[in-house]
Design a protein around this ligand. Sequence first.
Ligand SMILES: [Zn+2]
Length: 408
Amino acid sequence: MLRLALFLFLAIGLPCEAQMIVKKPTSVAKSSEAAQVSLDSLKIAHRAFHPKAYAAERPFVLKNDSAKKPKNIIFMIGDGMGISQITAGMYTNFNYLHLERSSHVGLIKTHSADDLVTDSAASATSFASGVKTYNGAIGVDLDTAAVPNLVEMAEAKGMKTGLVATSTIVHATPACYYSHRKSRALYEEIATDLPKSGVDIFIGGGRQYFDMRSDGRNVIAELEAEGYEIRNNIFRTDQLTDQEKVGIFTHWNHPGRYLGGRDYLMPASKYAVQHLEDAEKGFFLMIEGSQIDWGGHANDSDYIITEMIEFDLAIGEIMDFVEANGETLLVITADHETGGYAINPGSSLTPGASKNDTIAAAFTTDHHTAVMVPVFAIGPGAHEFSGVYDNTEIFYKMKALLELRKED
Ligand SMILES: [Zn+2]
């Protein structure tokens, strides 16, 4: 907490409150030097009215505690899905995405504790455990101590849980829901945390980290000893398992891109819901469209757009369930934006166009950026997700809505 405050003080360069002098902003700036003075004065004056603007943890209360609470939460993360990625997918998909069926929209600040530009691990730890931590952290705080996550709390309450990804299942985003490791690169160590996690269904790639390991350990056998039925690539909902726990591997390593023939996100999401929906005390399901981010890193607009539209196909399937079910909250967001992706002049919206070349794309980087990303919600409790807030609040809102306790 103190380290975080110190970091923010150093990183953002704001004076501590005791030293703060509120200067009257100068009038119109005429030179760049004058503009700097004016901006500093303005920031100081502004912060005087918002003393907690940079506080790491603010007291959290639900906007409407008496409103109907959800029995289940489905949390969908589009990795690297900023506003431009959504917009490009929408225009390319005949000017429509299922995302538009959301009833509430908000914005989140994504910075991590040690970098204004977060990585997926720090951001997923914020979503899963409510702490700002360093880039690369898997479910641990700045001191590398394990922080309890939503899956652990939900399991302790008797809920069922699930994880679906189009990356490996040991990749940063899904890992933060069952593992506590000091680095996201420790894939084999992360894999060993899955058997005892309690997760009732997982779907993703990376089987090599379970039974083709450098240490010869067979983590598939450990999963089976914990009651998991282990399968490869089975998503037909007429092939549900009788086992309470199931793990489905989609690839020995990273699943390929949608353009390369991988198209399981929608059927896998549907399969996971059908496996979980009869849970007496409700369920928590995380679904990640992992590769919108990889399209951003590759500065490949077609890659981004196809991954975005596939993610939205899964959103449509989940929206149908949420609307019919009535007890499920759906929250959709991103961990960060990737690529500084932009839709430039020269783009056109051609009704019926079958190609993706109507988006004149530009990129500012092949890394992530620090822009805020949108949050979409529908279902009981959706109103809590409107507004502008930190990514850590996603955790606090979900925890409060599911009435979970850290000590459970
Ligand atoms: Zn990335």
